[in-house]
Design a protein around this ligand. Structure first.
Ligand code: EPU
Length: 440
């Protein structure tokens, strides 16, 4: 049943919120568990539909898992891998499943993985993943929508990435863990999630250095050298940035726990320039507040440590009611302004020309029915709803559930008026029998 949020805007968010484990790290860690024979335990695993999909991918390969949602831990037993195929049904639901390609190559030297295809935000090619694997010695055939990669052995080499692709860096790191000799990935992605994957793999016995810089060196180790381990993933910097923006958007004041401020330097700086106050309370706790109308800013999305594309839509929402004019350039994806038509429906004044958006601050947004077209656009519309006068309905919540654990609960705890409902409730509401405002 299609679920929606109903939001009554205008409440200043106050209180405390704790950030969960990083989706974009934990998905890769889960894929990496199949490198090891035996049981590996990961802590700080958020409860997200994307995590469920990755667990299904692992289970299809023959791995067994125990997902303890109370403890937020997952144990994966990859003692026996009985299949080398990641089906289209799963990869098409979540592109990150494609990361299993490198992991299977490391463990089995053969993999059949569905090509993910494009998605709402852009073409999202995987050519660097393929070329990198070929450079390591894999023979690759693309047939019937699947990548079939095979190698009698993988041999370390130098690989230069045209773009510092996160997924390609991770897939190649995984494949190179058990290659013969050293692999050097140049122009590698430097995201914190890359460091987390390297740290995890090293905990399992891999020999990786340079993660977090543009050159990563993977000295191949023998498969038998790898061993099970326990590991805790990093906090989700995009979830943290989302709550920071929500507090600033509603002129609130809140404590945000379990955040690594160093992972958000660029974003913090932009929020401060807009007029927010961000204080470090403890090494992993910050206090965010904002009293005044925001100032406009300009920014270009860039690979880490630049402004994160995953916070672009959310920052755009802040600009809709800021003083002056802000300009955003989206440099990573061809189509990541999906939120624009919906923000306009809420009263925003946005002019878009290809990958540039010019946002002229208006006095206020007004509530409307809007559609979450992808994960981050969905979060941006939720924040717009919190800022807007009146009532906002955000549809297609399955996108939001991919990356925000207990979103409405965490926001409600901060004082937001937000409620999840489904089509049945909606029918009742439309028939005028129940005013859903009463249940908020
Ligand atoms: N690209 C290519 N060829 C390739 C690989 C990438 O042309 O072989 C292009 C892509 O088309 C894209 C750009 O390079 O335009 C960046 O893609 P990248 O590979 O870095 O991204 P990704 O690994 O597919 C991860 C995150 C995204 C995040 C990007 C950039 C995961 C599961 N996803 O995607 O997160 O936007 O890095 O930081 O880690 C999200 O969480 O909402 C999300 C989309």
């Amino acid at each position: 049943m299609a679920e929606k949020f109903k939001i009554i805007g205008g409440e200043s968010l106050k209180g405390e919120v704790s950030i969960g484990g990083a989706k974009n790290a934990v998905l890769k860690l889960l894929a990496a568990t199949i490198l090891v024979k035996g049981s590996t335990k990961i802590y700080n695993v958020p409860q997200l539909t994307d995590v469920d999909i990755m667990l299904n991918v692992l289970s299809d390969l023959g791995a067994k898992y125990i997902y303890n949602k109370d403890e937020k831990s997952v144990v994966v037993d990859a003692d026996s891998i009985t299949s080398i195929t990641a089906k289209y049904e799963l990869v098409s639901k979540m592109r990150a499943s494609f990361i299993i390609l490198g992991a299977l190559m490391s463990r089995c030297r053969e993999a059949i993985v569905a090509l993910p295809g494009g998605c709402a935000i852009g073409e999202r090619r995987v050519d660097f993943h393929i070329k990198g694997l070929e450079a390591l010695g894999a023979k690759i055939k693309i047939e019937n929508g699947y990548v079939h990669a095979k190698a009698s052995k993988l041999i370390g080499t130098d690989i230069y990435l045209d773009i510092p692709s996160v997924g390609a860096t991770e897939n190649l790191m995984l494949a190179a863990v058990t290659a013969e000799g050293s692999t050097r990935i140049q122009n590698a992605a430097q995201e914190p999630e890359i460091i987390d994957l390297a740290n995890f793999l090293n905990t399992l016995g891999a020999d990786i250095s340079g993660a977090g810089t543009s050159e990563i060196v993977i000295n191949g180790v023998k498969q038998e050298h790898l061993h099970p381990a326990e590991y805790t993933t990093i906090p989700d910097r995009i979830e943290a940035g989302t709550y920071m923006a929500a507090v600033v958007a509603t002129r609130g004041k809140a404590i945000i726990k379990n955040v690594y401020p160093a992972h958000l330097t660029f974003f913090n700086d932009k929020l401060i320039k807009m007029g927010a106050s961000i204080k470090l309370v403890e090494p992993t706790t910050i206090e965010v507040s904002c009293r005044n109308k925001l100032n406009s800013i300009n920014f270009v999305t860039q690979p880490y440590p630049g402004f994160p594309t995953d916070l672009q839509a959310i920052a755009m929402t802040l600009l809709t009611t800021a003083n002056g004019v802000g300009i955003i350039t989206e440099s990573l994806y061809e189509n990541r302004f999906m939120q624009v038509p919906d923000l306009r429906r809420m009263g925003a004044d946005i002019h878009q020309d290809r990958n540039h958006a010019i946002i002229k601050g208006v006095k206020n947004l007004t509530g409307a029915t809007v559609v979450a077209s992808d994960l981050r656009a969905g979060a941006a519309l939720v924040i717009a709803g919190l800022m807007a006068n009146g009532e906002t309905i955000v549809e297609k919540l399955h996108h939001v559930d991919r990356g925000y654990e207990a979103f409405e609960h965490k926001l409600s705890n901060l004082g937001a008026k937000i409620k999840r409902f489904n089509d049945t409730d909606n029918t009742i509401q439309n028939s005028g029998m129940v005013d859903i405002r009463g249940i908020l």
